[in-house]
Design a protein around this ligand. Sequence first.
Ligand code: B1M
Length: 222
Amino acid sequence: MNGQDILKALYDETLVGNAPRVLELTAQGLESGLGPDALLFEALIPSLEEVGARFERGDFFVPEMLIAGRAMSGALDVLRPLLADTGAETVGTFLMGTVKGDVHDIGKNLVNIMLEGAGFQVIDLGVQVSPEKFIAAIEEHKPDIVGFSAFLTTTMPMFKANMNALEKAGLRDKVIVMVGGAPVTQEYADAVGADGYAADASTAVRRAKDLIARKRAAAVPA
Ligand code: B1M
């Protein structure tokens, strides 16, 4: 199989959630010289987008989404060290979690991988993270940035609940807040009072670096 055949097969097998075959094709793609980013952006992510489109049309149901998601996660485990291994120095600490009520984590994990690759120390609180758990972790780890991920229109309001919890705990001006996830927009991020938003993982890295640089520059006395 040439590179294009491997990408096509990887797309198809992710779509039907054939996890063992997805792992084989990921390994085969790397051996054939395809980069981890090509496997990710030209096969795995487009395939999950198609899964979502089929779910919306009623052609796929939750089990199909679940097995496709698992197949993608298996491939991400293989790609993680390759995407993250850039030898960059630590540029800041990023505390990340998917908000309460939401179990989606593939997108969040991908952002984490890219952040690690760019030199961030990432503390991942996992999924279904309550405002109380975010607050306790911010107090413990004192991150530069806290990131809230939400993937459902019904869980996006947890951003505001988290912001209120930050205010109440007296932590709002001590930490930069970033938000993201499939249904989130810049307008929504502005409406909840977040400092930053990004639509995808690589933009999230650029935005995070930029926000930290600005905060550090503002802290330096003139
Ligand atoms: Co669900 N799901 N799901 N799902 N699922 C979506 C999100 C949906 C869009 C599908 C659809 O209808 N087209 C839809 C949400 C509709 C909406 O609210 N607008 C949906 C639904 C409805 C549901 C359930 C309610 C279904 C049901 O039970 N009836 C249910 C909810 C469960 C819950 O959370 N309480 C549910 C369940 C699931 C599974 C468990 C089966 C599985 C999750 C597996 C897992 O994550 N471990 C699943 C999956 C796989 C999907 C789709 C198909 C794929 C999500 C994904 O991984 N995308 C998804 C459809 C879709 O998105 N196309 C869908 C790939 C990923 C790389 O992209 O997640 O967007 P994304 O992440 C991006 C950016 O958002 C950004 O960077 C990432 C990388 O580029 N980003 C950030 C993410 N976090 C960021 C944080 C940042 C900055 C950027 O700063 C902090």
